[in-house]
Design a protein around this ligand. Structure first.
Ligand SMILES: [Zn+2]
Length: 163
């Protein structure tokens, strides 16, 4: 899907492609607005239980509806990246977590809504009760040698490296 704006979101004039070398951008000749096609930042938490199983959630919505992912979501305007990770995990699994460190930072290129930059922290459960919610229809722990179908290329890479 072509996600380039046709019209300026600020002044309404038609946009034209600006010659920006390897990364052409849509630019407004009237007010100077430029559409930067940056990846959207997202964050989540990798949680493993005492048996090494990983906590995954099953997606309620497209893209990858029905596929499983590490609990994660987009960073809201003004929100700290780690706060996003903790919030998303609690919304989707009912569990509270404490963060132990960074696990992975990966680019995601197969999301039709646009590219994503995903930061996955490592964390452990500190409270709550496992219950899927929000964008998740199911939540549970899976052994890494028997994972369900995983959504998004970046999530598959992250989970594929686990041992
Ligand atoms: Zn404009």
């Amino acid at each position: 899907m072509d996600r380039r704006y046709k019209f300026c979101p600020l002044c309404g004039d038609a946009l034209a492609t600006a010659d920006e070398g390897p990364h052409p951008r849509m630019r407004c000749g009237r007010c100077g607005f430029i559409q930067y096609m940056n990846p959207a930042p997202a964050a989540g938490v990798l949680v493993r239980d005492g048996k090494g199983r990983v906590l995954l959630v099953q997606r309620r919505f497209e893209p990858f509806k029905g596929f499983w992912v590490i609990p994660s979501g987009y960073i809201e305007h003004g929100e700290d990246v780690m706060s996003t990770a903790v919030r998303e995990l609690e919304e989707e699994t009912g569990l509270k977590v404490e963060i132990d460190g960074i696990h992975a930072v990966e680019s995601c290129f197969d999301d039709p809504r646009g590219d994503t930059l995903l930061t996955i922290y490592l964390g452990h459960v500190s409270g709550g009760r496992l219950l899927a919610g929000d964008d998740a229809v199911n939540a549970g722990f899976f052994p890494i040698e028997d994972l369900p179908p995983i959504g998004f290329d970046c999530q598959r890479r992250i989970l594929g490296r686990l041992s």
